[in-house]
Design a protein around this ligand. Structure first.
Ligand code: GLC
Length: 549
């Protein structure tokens, strides 16, 4: 095995590329990407220059929430291949010096998980039911849900069961879809099971876990109503004191997991998906004895505005430094509108709501792409670890005009189409302009339709074009590595002009122009620029990296 590019504590500065397996590369031809497909395309990631990949779920699942509804945590769904395919992928990635982290979904399982099926068949109060959150209903006949909580995907967070004799029975909690019952993390058996699952994948050689809904799991004692009632399902980033997000007890779970990881050699890492309202609150997940990283959603959610970005960068560096953790940076993932579209929206768009043809604030595509390139160039110059989402290196936009009949996100169904949901960022990515499904699948099948204009964004079209977004990403990643920006330190520079962000990281000076007017370019040798430069000015919505001449 080749030794990976980054050594001990690699996660402090790694660039981690998110693979959404359904939409990356399909080797079987059924229109859904799979693990052999990922393996066959690993060379593209070596050329891109990433340090690690995070694989979204490929475990056994009825796919009601694109695999975030797991029915067997220790096997591969036939849709994606086999455990042997996973082992091959891992080995091939490691041989290229690429680390692999997998997605762990501990807040809930699928309703097809054997534990939940046993729970449904068992009586109230049984050991089987105690693994999930079953409660009697309110009202004279238990006809009302146990409390007023709402699902993140819309509608009530409770579903009533039917007893074996056909009469209505208890209710169970699901913060997400009804097919995703929440585990009861006050039950030691659940803890034991997840330690087993962690060890199963650690034994196979994974380098870490991205932990889904890491701020969920533990619910407030007595399951009190949430006041004021939620009027929009949310992952919690905009809410405080929610009885199911960020409860103190959740941290004990991760202290335990950290000890499990420490049993293994080679710096295995945990990354929290915790949508907390502030970076300070999120930093609680990366205290020295907890996880290693947490997604910086405050950064992702910041508008394209110099002062706001400077503030969130400062707050992030301070909050994470205070607990000895690196900051992470992220602009896109499989749950948010792609940043090549989001940065040009002119109306508010809450996370998870998505965007469709009649949504307010429609973006100008060219503006979105330009800002996305500048935003990525800014992000990749920051010290810490950065996450990329497959397809952003091609400048892919959100697919807005998707046929309603093609949509698959449970959000779309649970809100009767009121929220479009997340399908628009999950469309299979284009590899070769002239191939069926743009090289995604040998048969041309694609589980979500690919727009015709994506031919021009295909990887093979961009590879030889120095002005392409792909070439920009490759350049940024190479220079980031060459100048050790990930392990560097940021020092702000005050340059004249409105809307200018400028800082030094090691021997690199980074200037981003978010203002309306062109700015003066400082002296130096340009080593990367998000747009072609003309003379000594820095155009609007452009980021440049310079070194001493
Ligand atoms: C996380 C995942 C999202 C999923 C949800 C429920 O937010 O990123 O895709 O729907 O958890 O598991």
């Amino acid at each position: 095995m080749t030794s990976p590019a980054l050594g001990p504590e690699w996660w402090r500065s790694a660039v981690i590329y998110q693979i959404y397996p359904r939409s990356f590369a399909d080797s079987s031809g059924d229109g859904v990407g799979d693990l052999p497909g990922v393996t066959s395309r690993l060379d593209a990631l070596t050329t891109l220059g990433v340090d690690a990949v995070w694989l979204s779920p490929f475990f056994t699942s009825p796919q009601k929430d694109a695999g975030y509804d797991v029915s067997d945590y220790c096997d591969v769904d036939p849709l994606f291949g086999t455990l042997a395919d996973f082992d091959e992928l891992l080995q091939q990635a490691h041989a290229r010096g690429i680390r692999v982290i997998v997605d762990l979904v501990p807040n809930h399982s699928s309703d097809q998980h054997v534990w939940f099926q046993e729970a449904l068949a068992a009586a109230p109060g049984s050991r089987e039911r105690a693994r999930y959150m079953f409660r009697d209903g309110r009202g004279d006949h238990g006809e009302l849900p146990p409390n007023n909580w709402e699902s993140v995907f819309g509608g009530p967070a409770w579903t009533r069961t039917i007893d074996p004799d056909g009469t209505p029975g208890q209710w169970y909690l699901h913060l997400f879809d009804a097919s995703q019952p929440d585990f009861d993390w006050s039950n030691p058996e659940v803890h034991e099971e997840f330690r087993r699952i962690l060890r199963f994948w650690l034994d196979r050689g994974v380098d870490g876990f991205r932990v889904d809904v890491a701020h969920g799991l533990v619910k407030a004692e007595g399951l009190p109503d949430y006041v004021p009632p939620i009027d929009s399902g949310s992952m919690g980033g905009d809410q405080t004191d929610v009885p199911y997000w960020g409860q103190e007890g959740v941290h004990e779970v991760y202290r335990d997991w950290r000890r499990v990881l420490a049993e293994y050699p080679g710096d295995r890492a945990l990354c929290a998906e915790a949508w907390m309202p502030t970076v300070e609150a999120t930093a609680l997940w990366v205290r020295p004895d907890e996880m290693h990283q947490a997604f910086n959603f405050a950064y992702l959610e910041t508008q394209w505005h110099a002062d706001e970005l400077r503030a969130v960068i400062d707050a992030s560096l301070a909050a994470y430094a205070a607990v000895g953790a690196p900051s992470t940076w992220v602009l896109s993932n499989h749950d948010v509108v792609r940043h090549a579209t989001r940065l040009a929206l002119t109306a508010e768009n809450p996370q998870g709501h998505g965007i469709g043809p009649d949504s307010p604030g429609q973006p100008i595509p060219e503006l979105g792409l330009r800002r996305a390139r500048a935003a990525t160039a800014l992000m990749l110059a920051l010290p810490g670890s950065a996450y990329l989402y497959q397809g952003e290196e091609l400048g892919l936009p959100e697919v807005i005009d998707m046929p309603p009949g093609a949509r698959q996100d449970p959000t779309w169904f649970r809100t009767n189409g009121e929220r479009y949901g997340r399908d628009g960022c999950r469309v299979p990515i284009p590899w070769e302009a002239a191939a069926p499904a743009y090289g995604f699948s040998p048969t041309g099948a694609s589980w979500l339709p690919q727009p015709p204009e994506w031919a021009s964004l295909a990887r093979d079209v961009q590879v030889g074009d120095p002005r392409s977004t792909l070439s920009l990403y490759r350049r940024l990643l190479a220079e980031r590595r060459a100048h050790a920006l990930g392990t560097g330190a940021l020092e702000w520079l005050d340059l004249p002009g409105r809307g200018i962000l400028a800082f030094r990281n090691g021997d690199v000076i980074v200037v981003a122009n978010l203002g309306a007017a062109p700015a003066d370019l400082p002296e130096g040798r340009v080593i990367a620029a998000s747009e072609p430069l003309d003379g000594a000015t820095l155009p609007t919505d452009t980021t440049v990296w310079l070194t001493a001449a």
